[in-house]
Ligand binder design. Structure first.
Ligand code: PLP
Length: 654
């Protein structure tokens, strides 16, 4: 699992070795400015012209404008600006131009955001209308037919970056023609290059932006095609480069690299055929189905790029799946890379009517046409490995935290893991908790919410066919001089003291305050409970210790090298992997040869009590540094002075 398998090609791709060579040569031997008239400049100009000629052949664009840009986002701005300026011009002339901006519901955000921006900035006043897609992710041509006569500008992508769904461009062109639409038409072709045949001259498309980094060229270079006769307004003015269409000294290294990729496309032999890519996608799909029973694909494979699979696994979140794949060295994503850092559900899947629970579990796996047999074989083997890691039997934790949407629930187990009490179980996880308890053969002794209507106790009990609530009256213990209800859980009891539930060890029917280890519900007023940890439903961290002075929790970062040095200097220090069990099962975590002890974040509260009793330096580690930072902060706030984490996590630790 040491090597990385990059299966996120729709986000960006590695750079083709021939492209690196071409870029290096452009920077070393052919570094001239193509606008200079001396020999250096002329050589650069020749490279520029040859690359453009190549682009024309690959795009099937013998006529019209083909210019180099910094990428698709710039191409999109230019197209939008050109179209909106044309609308203003047509209006001035009194020509028919339509009053709607029609944008496909699943376009990359660069498109609707640019439309809104320029429409506002130019004061064009066009009405933005979203063209819906059907359940397969394809544009609703019936709706387009209604909008087209009033459309000034229509934007529909060639293939979707999240789902790989390929648009019916012929169908769209037909509707525009049949309705005699005055619309200009932009087709975002970013995901089509190298994966779909292109013959732009033969289409009605007015603007087609492309991006180099989606097909083995570096970031920062792209192309924009503008149909002959289509209105054009430059976005950037200055030195008049690109025949005045796009000023600014050309990015010659990027253009040379893009030229090498276009050359490989034109000459053949470098990239795999459509049929080969299809066969590989089918193998990956089969491996996914085998690894994750119940898996569903979120777009019909028949209408998708042969290099993209978007799927969901019932009962698992995208984040959990991504963490699992990442642990196995497989880099996939939850949707578009631009929104990966935000926890928002996918607007693309929403637009397709995919249910929210499925979209919350969506993962995109994408590869490029440079893949080979060995790569696909490795990918299938790793996918199966991930499936097996999920199936690894979970060791019984004494106390497990369940998190959903900022709320925490708690599962309390006896030592053998045969009996369990659920407190404030999140409703969203009810199905999953029930399945998990069933798989362990674990009996639910009680299931309740600490405040009425707050958790999902009713939902969990309904699935399991048991009665919700606190089953009072069966047993009692004496606590603070009063007889209170209790449930035995292995050798412990959970006792109900008003709004608080106390977990601890009772002796001869007495629960002494010092014997209480965890408190759920309202924080206790009894000062004698100061040593206990309070487990909350809401709050970050979800565990507190009323009796301890919280320590500052800002200074917790150690970069990987400092963490390794710290561990070497503190032989009693513990390196703790806080990733969840499937990730640990996929690959054990280590830092510079030192193996970590595994305590998943969801089980940290149970373990924290012992670390506080017997303090030793702790260095937490996870995939990216987020969960380990939470763990270190939690321990500091509980009063542990030597809790640290590896900033950047395993991703930066190498
Ligand atoms: N359009 C689509 C379909 C994309 O996938 C992307 C990149 O994610 C873009 C536009 C933006 O491209 P660039 O990164 O070159 O600006």
């Amino acid at each position: 699992m040491n090597t990385e398998l990059y299966l996120d090609a729709n986000a960006t791709s590695p750079v083709l070795p021939a492209a690196i060579e071409a870029a290096t040569a452009a920077m070393q031997a052919c570094f001239g400015n193509p606008s200079s008239s001396h020999a250096c400049g002329l050589r650069a100009k020749a490279l520029l012209d040859a690359t453009r000629a190549r682009a024309r052949r690959v795009l099937g664009a013998a006529s019209g404008r083909v210019m180099f840009t910094s990428g698709a986002t710039e191409g999109i701005q230019t197209a939008v600006l050109s179209a909106l300026c044309a609308v203003q011009e047509r209006r001035r002339r009194g020509a028919a131009c339509g009053d709607l901006l029609v944008v496909g519901a699943t376009e990359h955000k660069a498109v609707p955001e640019s439309l809104a921006h320029w429409n506002r900035l130019l004061g064009t006043g066009l009405e933005l209308r979203v063209l819906p897609v059907d359940g397969d992710g394809r544009h609703r041509l019936d709706v387009l037919r209604e909008l087209a006569p009033r459309a000034a500008f229509v934007c529909t992508m060639a293939a979707n970056n999240e789902t790989g769904v390929v648009s019916d461009l012929d169908g769209i062109a037909r509707v525009l023609a049949e309705t005699d639409s005055p619309a200009l038409w932009m087709v975002d072709c970013v995901q089509a290059l190298g994966k779909l045949p292109l013959a732009l001259d033969a289409t009605r498309i007015d603007y087609a932006p492309f991006s180099g980094h989606k097909l083995y060229a570096p970031k920062g270079v792209g192309l924009l095609y503008v149909r002959e006769g289509a209105p054009y307004t430059p976005l950037m003015c200055g030195g008049g480069q690109e025949a005045g269409q796009r000023s600014g000294t050309e990015n010659m290294a990027g253009i040379a690299a893009l030229g090498a990729v276009l050359g490989a496309l034109e000459e053949g032999g470098t990239f795999r055929s459509h049929a080969q890519l299809h066969a590989w996608r089918d193998r990956l799909a089969a491996a996914l189905r085998e690894a994750f029973p119940g898996l569903v694909f979120n777009a019909p494979l028949a209408h998708a790029l042969p290099t993209t699979l978007n799927f969901s696994v019932p009962g698992m979140s995208s984040k959990e799946l991504l963490d699992l794949f990442d642990a196995a060295g497989v880099r996939v994503s939850a949707g578009s890379a631009c929104s990966a850092a935000k926890a928002a559900p996918s607007y693309v899947l929403d637009a397709m009517g995919v249910p929210a629970v499925r979209s919350a579990s969506a993962v995109r796996l994408s590869f490029g046409p440079l893949a080979d047999e060995g790569f696909i074989e490795d990918a299938c083997a790793r996918i199966l490995h991930c499936g097996r890691a999920l199936g690894v039997a979970k060791p019984a934790a004494r106390l497990q935290q369940l998190e959903s949407c900022g709320a925490s629930g708690w599962l309390l187990f006896d030592d053998a893991g045969h009996h369990c009490i659920a407190i404030d179980p999140p409703a969203a996880l009810a199905q999953r908790i029930a399945a998990d308890l069933g798989a362990r053969g674990c009996r639910l002794l009680a299931c309740f919410d600490t405040s009425h209507g707050a958790g999902g106790a009713d939902a969990l009990c309904e699935i399991l066919g048991v009665k919700p609530g606190w089953p009072g009256g069966a047993q009692h213990v004496v606590f603070a001089g009063a007889m209170i209800d209790a449930i035995a859980l292995g050798q412990d009891v959970l006792a109900n003291a008003g709004d608080a539930w106390l977990l601890g060890r009772a002796e001869n029917g007495m629960l002494a305050p010092q014997g209480v280890r965890f408190v759920f519900g309202a924080a206790p007023a009894d000062a004698a409970l100061d040593a206990a940890l309070c487990c909350h439903r809401i709050g970050e961290p979800a565990v507190s210790r009323p009796g301890a002075a919280a320590l500052p929790d800002e200074d917790i970062d150690l970069d990987p090298a400092s963490a390794a040095a710290y561990l070497a200097a503190h032989p009693d220090a513990l390196l703790v992997d806080v990733r969840e069990l499937p990730e640990h099962a996929a690959a054990c975590a280590q830092l510079r040869g030192r193996r970590a002890q595994h305590v998943p974040l969801s089980q940290l509260a149970g373990q924290a009590a012992q670390w506080l009793r017997e303090p030793r330096p702790l260095v937490f580690l996870c995939r990216s540094g987020n969960r380990s930072a939470r763990a270190a902060r939690l321990l500091r706030r509980l009063g542990h002075a030597q809790a640290w984490h590896v900033a950047g996590g395993l991703a930066l630790a190498g």
